[in-house]
Write a protein that binds this ligand. Structure first.
Ligand code: 5GP
Ligand code: ZN
Length: 112
């Protein structure tokens, strides 16, 4: 399958990884939108949140526990934002489930 995040998870494409385990990989975004901007993806190819179901959704809870650990390690004690873009209207550009983690500055709300 020609999926860039599957290839990053497998180490076939280089990335600036900050964490990996059996279930997920975290790496810095190529085009950071905040002083800290990394992505967390499941190793399993799931194309987006719209394809989550009772059989494959446990990894999402795991990813959020990893996010809590990583943001603490990075000193984001003033807060951060977790973003998932789903589908065309949601602004998704890579068809492999991923959560953006943004921090290190005050983030505007609501998003555009
Ligand atoms: P989306 O728009 O799908 O929510 O987010 C995709 C994100 O992946 C974008 O923020 C984009 O900068 C990032 N991205 C796309 N290709 C690569 C890549 O090859 N390496 C890394 N590290 N980030 C990527
Ligand atoms: Zn994939």
């Amino acid at each position: 399958m020609d999926c860039i995040f599957c290839k990053i998870a497998a180490g076939e494409i280089p990335s600036n990884k900050l964490y990996e385990d059996d279930l997920c990989v975290a790496f810095y975004d190529l085009s950071p939108q905040a002083p800290v901007h990394f992505l967390v993806v499941p190793r399993e190819h799931i194309s987006g949140t719209d394809k989550l179901n009772d059989q494959n959704c446990a990894v999402v809870g795991h990813i959020f526990s990893v996010i809590a650990k990583l943001t603490a390690q990075l000193g984001l004690d003033k807060g951060y934002r977790v973003v998932n873009n789903c589908g065309e209207d949601g602004g998704q550009t890579v068809g492999h489930l991923h959560f953006h983690v943004l921090g290190g500055r005050t983030l505007a709300w609501p998003p555009g």
